[in-house]
Design a protein around this ligand. Structure first.
Ligand SMILES: [Zn+2]
Length: 90
């Protein structure tokens, strides 16, 4: 087992949309649960962005409805910046 806490694959140092520096400790996750409300800032049709506090065994954020997420969003502009496709699923 290797310590990869600071080496998440696919997370850019800067947001490709707005150029903000991406703080990996504060990156937002994009909810996958279909019953959740849309993001209050981006509006209808956009999935909720949230600060993850729970993670599954693969390190994926768990959204408020309990679904593991695989997309991450910029804290500044809330657009998607990375997808955790490289992570293994069980
Ligand atoms: Zn951004």
């Amino acid at each position: 087992m290797t310590d990869s806490s600071n080496a998440e694959p696919g997370i850019p140092d800067r947001c490709p949309h707005c150029g903000a520096v991406v703080d990996r400790a504060k990156v937002l996750a994009i909810a996958e649960g279909s019953r959740l409300p849309p993001d209050p800032i981006l509006g209808a049709g956009e999935s909720l962005r949230f600060q993850p506090s729970r993670f599954d065994v693969s390190g994926r954020p768990i959204d408020p409805s309990g679904v593991a997420c695989r997309r991450l969003a910029c804290r500044a502009c809330r657009l998607e910046i990375a997808a955790l496709d490289g992570m293994t699923t069980s």
